[in-house]
Design a binder for this molecule. Structure first.
Ligand SMILES: [Zn+2]
Length: 360
């Protein structure tokens, strides 16, 4: 059930990203509250400084580079020119040749580790990852991932108080493909009816922002010897054989929806990514499901899935908002050793020990 970030992103996509009209963009959010204007300007300055440079798309034609200049101009990988500035944490870009096309508001994050310094741009469903290039034209690594020098200040992610409505989400469109297992079409259709109801609840449980007017998910019921559930980009694949053995376990699709929505970097700890997905499945969407049970004496937090989910639920009750904050750190690429303790108050192994004791 491991999430695989959509692989085949072509370099030319940035042109379409920058050219997209942003009629649905969160412009109201970007304007923000007046009191926070100083902090927002400071953030925009910081991010502008980090954005300037030469960036190579992670996947795409060799030798293609995006150049970003300090004067607010830039050149795309396809040599088209664009204009840019930041409003708070949001990158606002438009085509230089055709500014009348409208501006695109693009979410941006910087991630660095010992291997690479990455820039991720997200617009609607599209996500493009770039590597910063050094003066020698080679990808730049950061040997000191603990340094805060290049990290944007993460946005505050306070827990949503009880009774506060969750975020608005757009329309969810699910395309069911039961070609491999026509007999399971009714199972798929039952799940497709539930997914629009799950969607805003999953978004509210995590810190994801979904501003696109429409999210399209492909739900494929797959034949053959395949894992129970797998997600690639916005495509969720569930094993037909597994459904045959677990016909009531609709909520496996909620677990996979978390992967669609969270889209963590593949470098995040798998136990936590899978634990969060199962937390949402069993403690937000499908509370009380017998499928959430596990052998406490055999399990460990590092198993991910149901044991980790149960520990997260236990932590969440003591300190509401921890799952949302962990999700935010994983997605922002700011999760490092120590982040778990900083957010939950305990190291994972200590939290697990106390959780097990609480169950005895
Ligand atoms: Zn999974």
């Amino acid at each position: 059930m491991k999430a695989i970030v959509a692989g085949a992103i072509v370099a030319g996509i940035m042109l379409s990203v920058f050219a997209s009209a942003a009629s649905h963009a969160a412009a109201d959010e970007a304007r923000g509250a007046g009191g926070a204007a100083g902090a927002r300007e400071e953030e925009a300055r910081r991010l502008s400084g980090m954005f300037v440079g030469r960036w190579r798309p992670e996947s795409g034609p060799e030798g293609k580079v995006q150049t970003v200049r300090a004067d607010g101009t830039g050149t795309n990988v396809d040599d088209s020119a664009f204009l840019w500035h930041f409003e708070g944490r949001q990158l606002v870009a438009r085509r230089a040749a055709n500014p009348g096309d409208g501006e695109a508001r693009i979410s941006i994050r910087f991630t660095k580790d010992a291997r690479a310094y990455r820039l991720t741009l997200e617009h609607g469903h599209r996500q493009v990852v770039f590597h910063r290039l050094g003066n020698d034209g080679q990808p730049l690594a950061h040997p000191d991932p603990a340094s805060a020098e290049y990290e944007p200040v993460p946005p505050p992610t306070p827990p949503r108080a009880a009774g506060v409505p969750g975020p608005r989400v757009g329309r969810l469109v699910v395309k069911l493909d039961a070609t491999d297992a026509p007999g399971l079409r009714p199972w798929g259709e039952a799940v497709v009816r539930k997914m629009p109801e799950w969607y805003p609840r999953i978004v509210a449980a995590l810190a994801v922002e979904r501003t696109e007017p429409e999210l399209v998910i492909d739900l494929v019921l797959r034949g053959g010897n395949v894992p129970p559930g797998e997600t690639q980009g916005t495509k969720i694949m569930i094993s037909a054989e597994w459904i045959g053995k677990h016909p009531d376990a609709h909520s496996i699709v909620a677990h996979e929806m978390v992967h669609v929505l969270a889209r963590y970097d593949s470098a995040v700890p798998a136990w936590l990514a899978e634990g969060i997905a199962d937390y949402v499945r069993f403690y937000v969407i499908d509370r009380g499901s017998p499928d959430a049970e596990f052998r406490l004496d055999l399990a460990d937090y590092q198993n991910g899935y149901t044991p980790t989910a149960a520990m997260l639920d236990w932590l969440e009750r003591q300190r509401p908002g921890v799952v949302l904050r962990l999700d935010a750190a994983l997605r922002e690429g700011t999760y490092v050793d120590g982040t778990f303790e900083q957010i939950t108050g305990s190291k994972p192994e200590e939290a697990w020990k106390r959780f097990v004791e609480s169950r005895r």
